[in-house]
Write a protein that binds this ligand. Sequence first.
Ligand code: UDP
Length: 467
Amino acid sequence: GAASSERHVVLLASPGAGHLIPLAELARRLVDHHGFAATLVTFTDLSSPEALSGVPACVATATLPSVKLDDLPAGTPMETVLFQLVHRSVPSLRALLRSVGAPLVALVPDFFCSAALPLAAELGVPGYVFVPSNLATIALMRVTLDLHEGVPQGEYRDLPETIELPGGVSLRRTDLPRSFQSSREPVYGHLVEEGRRYLRADGFLVNTFYEMEPAIVEEFKQAAERGALAPVFPVGPFVRPSTSSDDATGSTACIEWLDGQPTGSVVFVSFGSGGSLTVEQTAELAAGLEASGHRFLWVVRMPNLDDGNDHGDRGGKNPLAWLPEGFLERTKDKGLAVAAWAPQVRVLSHPATAVFVSHCGWNSALESVSAGVPMVAWPLYAEQRMNAVVLEGSVGVALRPRARERGEIAAVVKELMEGADKGRAVRRQAGDLQQAAARAWSPEGSSRRALEQVAAAWKKVTLAEVE
Ligand code: UDP
């Protein structure tokens, strides 16, 4: 047989840095720890051309050619465009898989690309779905699917008002990503289709780790033993390494400022790559931070101006100009506000950083956990509200303000910074999980062992004829 170094794994990332970065890290581990060759495939459409620049050198990359999407009516939801993109790219992916050279032993599409799974079956290799989010996401998929088992396509039922997840988390319907909330949502049907395709997966690789979501891991283990679902492997956290773009001048300013702050004194505020607050939320957050009396580093993005009010063009394109009048001046000894971007991984691991006000994007959550920083959960859209419930409820590393109002914001920031009761418990859990996250990748660690199991299965794959 061929040496294991010739065995090839192809990973497929849907557009968006939040999906690509963890998948690239998984690919690197497969190469570095398990001797596979790995190719990370992306799409031309909807992706930014620089997306692949941060992929580790040991991982090969390939880009699928552009497909025709201009027949989709204007206003087609983003998810629908995405599903169409993947669907229409299957032929070129098939061609690529047949030409990768070294024998293919596994195909790993991410959770938006499950339309590629039948190609794995066609080529006689295992197909594993990569989930860049938490286990609650697949649990939700299962609930949705169970509800529609046997229902003809096109006839969908609504989810119940609350969904109980293993680990004592109950999600209200309004906590779910919008497309899951009602069968009348335009994307709902796609989700059900996607869920049906998950049933054909040979396994799930999830960007979480055992100690973070133990109850759900156990539940999935039992489901796999019953044959209800393929095995689920928590193999994370895959956290974005600091890259050279983090060293841009704006970034240096953040780190230099943090260097001048006392240990454990700073509240870091950031809402990810796509999140924006309304002007009113911006004002409440500013007032809340100021009232907390704590130091802060705030990554300010352009506000969302579609709130039905007329804002004139007070700030133009400078996000900082949309902060409340006089705020920067009054807080100049306590806080730093930067426009648009900060080197988040470096900021979170800086000794001055104590608390993270976060939109609860899963990458941000894992970065925070890996740095031992507790969170104030401020979800904005997509699956963020669900993440917030999980992070506060079962994981125990976050607190949610009861309202997005200055008094509540100040109170929750103070509780996390100084609180002797709830705040202390959350801080302790953040510290414990940080250690668990570091251990997950040590030689006997949970994620390391889980990935070893997967690698062992792939090494047994009869080398497929892909010529
Ligand atoms: N990020 C960053 N600086 C910023 C904002 C975001 O480095 O000012 C990075 C962050 O570290 C994370 C990613 O961008 O790796 C955001 O991913 P996440 O899943 O948290 O949220 P999304 O942007 O997908 O909503």
